[in-house]
Design a protein around this ligand. Structure first.
Ligand SMILES: [Zn+2]
Length: 95
């Protein structure tokens, strides 16, 4: 059994029992978990998202390394990937 870091958790903050990451809210934690309840194998299995996956779904690291479900409200919203690519055009040549 892995020993995870222990923290005093206030209010809605929580720690994932699966991977030990910390979350600023239940909502953030729910977003961290993916797959289907009761499924233990295959692509739909219930599991933790990796940090890269959490970033991909719009989550972010907030204060004191607590994951938040989405960036702060005053954070500039990013346009959808397609629109972004269209606006910027092909990536610049390197070298
Ligand atoms: Zn987890």
């Amino acid at each position: 059994m892995t020993i995870h870091e222990r923290r005093h958790l206030r209010k809605d903050r929580n720690q994932c029992a699966g991977c030990g990451d910390f979350f600023n809210s239940t909502r953030a934690f729910e977003k961290h978990r993916t797959g289907l309840h009761g499924v233990h194998e295959g692509p739909d299995r219930r599991r933790c998202r990796t940090p890269a996956e959490m970033l991909a779904v719009g989550m972010a690291k907030g204060q004191q390394d607590f994951w938040i479900s989405e960036p702060r409200q005053d954070y500039p919203a990013q346009p959808p990937r397609e629109a972004q690519t269209e606006a910027i055009g092909p990536p610049p040549r390197v070298g």
